[in-house]
Design a protein around this ligand. Structure first.
Ligand code: SF4
Length: 761
């Protein structure tokens, strides 16, 4: 197993005398659990130690979950004893005073009131049955979350398709990983980063496009810095000089939404200068000629004009990339959150394939997954078009296999459903009338969220499973109290494709239940269990192993014990050799290595197509769905800040994180601020065709003068997604969070929320 770096990144603390990793749970202090951070997909190892009740609170009748839990980093290969501030403070939320600890039912007075589980389940059954009887099975939709373990995601997918028999299940990974997933499948036939992060160290060039590494997955910075210390040239492409860009060797300040133009221009320079691996292209790929023809018109001058990057910088980047013998290309939402996100991804893969630097040590392509289990969540059944094992729900053979595992006829399996945003459009049109959501807060996280709010109000019936009454759950008829990651066990698949084990430190408080139990309780109450009678997450995982067997995402050779003994196991990990002989497969840290076997190519080559060859794809540039014009002349782009996570349901409840960045700011360049007559700290309003948002201006020279930035973690009047556009990529259906057109003006005065706050102080 390659070792991970030790350099500390901003916001990252090394563990003073970090405890060594201990396989299994409950080692050391009472009920201490060796587990992983609940937030980003790097999934740093940590040890959670609940206070000893006898010592800490002998007379306190409160449930044990409300006792303090101490976080300590672990020496796991991904983080080697480091945690960022989100990890260090993660257990604080276990003691939040507004945790939901009992089911809540909406009463005739319009308010939510505590209720028993039996009463709540009766109402859920009545609601689902009524909607499905009157409007059909697909009239009830299900939303899952990328934070759910693989076992929960599997159970939820099975519940939707066998119990509800609705086609309409999707998850919040739709807002995150799907452009990368679609691009990976088109080019490689498999949807996974190719190498462990540790392969970055030793690469000659590290190319980071649209990935605010130091704020979104801070520990990843350590790998970049260690690579640089060992001689790597670091190229960062971003409209903002993010923290990682401050220490790179070449910064390319791209105009938002123009990534594919840059990659086409780079490939053209690689061709012109013969910086190509002809042998690799010939032996392991198809489609190079068409792509070469397509990029011929992407001269440096045209590329510079479209991207806004200086021609000399484009030439320098192409030379470093072209002449390297090892490299690591990493991208994230900055180039995926676009109405042509898949084209951007394919453009980046084209320059990797042309270099031939893939499937080898220090030769990697990867994408930074956002949520803990964004990767596994889509592999095992929450995505509207996939069945477990990353099987295709439209493929008759795949349907037949899963139907057999689930003990139903393939005809009983619903067809592919629609994506998360389309579910809202169908709610608006009255086609979908009922909704069940779990750990998804679309009222904050979906674009054009005034539309989302109107749709939530149109629902006949809405049940939310969550641990807090988040902004979306407040619209529910019934709220069922679920569990946090620290309160359950199971496995998640982190951003490298490494399957790791989550272990519980505490129990859910009060009457809150683990999510997999709630899913099964619902199936039982509906009188249609369909095998959802598991007695533990381990039992669910055992069925998941069978369901994934023979699929591209084959987990059949993974056991919980193997995971604990090996610091995780990389999928694919089959349980049988190609000839059907049972094997103890070690897992696949590095994809596409020479001689590797996969069930699609069957030995013809390393890539997951019948001929074993990777695909070059013509990647076409088109402008953003809503470009700037006279009325809305400024580009708005959105993203994260280091101290918050996604819709903020957890991190907006953690004091030190709130203190670090208490409210969203409207970030703009000094030149733009001067033009608009706005000074740093003054109230400014950004307005799009969909809504407006008044925030304090943050005047910084680290952003393009034609672009403003708002972080998206806040709700209501502070929500960036009041402004964003619901345009989607036609293939991946990811929304275009990273570009829309706005106008910005100095606000007449503080917004209402600020005045209210002032009056309370
Ligand atoms: Fe590690 Fe990400 Fe958690 Fe920070 S948020 S501790 S980088 S897993």
């Amino acid at each position: 197993m390659p070792s991970a770096p030790t350099t500390a990144a901003p916001g990252v603390s090394e563990a003073p005398g970090a405890a060594p990793a201990v396989a299994g749970t409950h080692a050391g202090t009472p009920r201490a659990a060796d587990t992983h951070c609940p937030y980003c997909a790097l999934q740093c190892g940590m040890r959670l130690s609940p206070a000893d009740r006898a010592r800490h609170a002998p007379d306190d009748p409160a449930p044990s979950a409300l006792l303090p839990v101490t976080v300590a980093p672990r020496d796991f290969p991904t983080n080697r004893g480091g945690l960022c501030q989100k990890g260090w403070t993660s257990a604080t939320v276990l003691r939040a005073s507004d945790r939901i600890t009992t089911p809540l039912l909406r009463g005739s007075d319009g308010a939510l009131h505590p209720a028993s589980w039996d009463a709540a389940l009766d109402v859920v059954v009545a609601g689902i049955s009524r909607v499905q009887a009157e409007h059909g099975r697909d009239a009830v939709a299900v939303f899952g979350g990328g934070g759910l373990t693989n076992e929960k995601a599997y159970a939820l997918g099975k519940f939707a398709r066998t119990v509800l028999r609705t086609a309409n299940i999707d998850y919040n990974g739709r807002l995150c990983m799907v452009s990368a997933a679609a691009g990976n499948k088109k080019a490689f036939g498999i949807d996974r980063s190719t190498n462990p992060m540790s392969d970055m160290v030793g690469a000659e060039v590290v190319w980071i496009s649209g990935a605010n590494v130091a704020e979104c997955a801070p520990i990843t910075t350590s790998y970049v810095w260690q690579a640089r210390e060992q001689g790597a040239k670091v190229i960062v492409v971003d409209p903002r000089i993010t923290p990682i860009a401050r220490t790179c060797d070449l910064y390319l300040p791209i105009k938002p939404g123009r990534d594919v133009a840059l990659f086409n221009g780079i490939l053209q320079l690689m061709i012109e200068n013969d910086w190509l691996d002809h042998q690799f292209i010939e032996q392991h790929t198809v489609g190079f000629e068409q792509v070469a023809e397509h990029v011929r018109s992407w001269t440096p001058a045209r590329t510079a004009e479209v991207t806004g990057i200086a021609e000399r910088s484009i030439r320098q980047a192409a030379q470093w990339w072209g002449e390297a013998s090892t490299s690591y290309l990493l991208h994230a939402r900055g180039m995926e959150h676009h109405s042509h996100g898949v084209q951007n991804v394919l453009g980046s893969i084209n320059i990797v394939l042309a270099s031939g630097r893939i499937g080898k040590p220090n030769c990697a392509y990867g994408t930074l997954t956002g949520q803990a289990n964004g990767q596994g969540g889509r592999e095992h059944g929450q995505k509207c078009d996939q069945l477990p094992g990353a099987r295709d729900i439209s493929d008759p053979e795949h349907r037949a296999y899963i139907a057999k595992v689930w003990g139903i006829s393939p005809d009983e399996l619903p067809a592919a459903g629609v994506d998360a945003y389309e579910i809202f459009r169908k709610i608006d049109q009255g086609e979908i009338r009922g909704l069940l959501s779990i750990c998804f807060n679309p009222k904050v996280s979906l674009p054009d969220n005034h539309f989302v709010t109107r749709c939530l109000e149109k629902l006949d019936f809405y049940v939310a499973i969550d641990f807090f009454l988040n902004e979306t759950a407040r619209h529910a008829d019934i709220v069922l109290p679920g569990s946090l990651q620290e309160e359950d066990e199971g496995v998640v698949t982190q951003l490298e494709g490494r399957v790791i084990k989550i272990n519980p430190a505490v129990k859910p408080p009060g009457d809150a239940r683990q999510d997999w139990r709630i899913i099964q309780d619902l199936a039982r109450a509906l009188g249609r269990t369909h095998g959802l009678t598991f007695d533990s997450p381990r039992a669910i995982f055992e069925e998941l192993r069978v369901a994934s067997k023979g699929g591209v995402a084959d987990y059949s050779g993974i056991t919980w014990e193997k995971i604990e003994q090996n610091y995780g196991i990389f999928w694919p990990c089959p349980s049988e050799a190609p000839d059907g002989t049972p094997i103890d497969h070690p897992g696949t840290p590095r994809l596409f290595e020479p001689g590797s076997w996969n069930p699609i190519a069957k030995g013809a080559g390393p890539f997951y197509f019948p001929d074993g060859k990777a695909r070059f794809n013509v990647s076409t540039y088109s402008p953003p769905a809503e470009d700037v014009d006279e009325a809305f002349p400024i580009i708005l782009t959105t993203g994260r800040v280091v101290s918050q996570f996604l819709s903020g349901t957890q991190t907006r409840r953690i004091g030190p994180l709130v203190d670090q960045y208490p409210e969203p700011r409207l970030e703009m360049h000094p030149r733009l601020a001067e033009q608009l007559g706005i000074a740093d700290g003054e109230w400014a309003t950004a307005e799009s065709r969909r809504g407006s948002c008044t925030l304090r201006a943050q005047v910084v020279s680290t952003i393009r003068p034609d672009t403003v930035f708002i972080p998206y973690h806040w709700a209501g009047a502070k929500s960036a997604n009041q402004l964003t556009i619901a345009a989607q990529d036609p293939i991946s259906k990811i929304p275009e969070y990273k570009v829309c057109a706005v106008r910005v003006m100095k606000a007449a005065g503080p917004p209402e929320y600020a005045l209210e706050l002032e009056s309370q102080q």
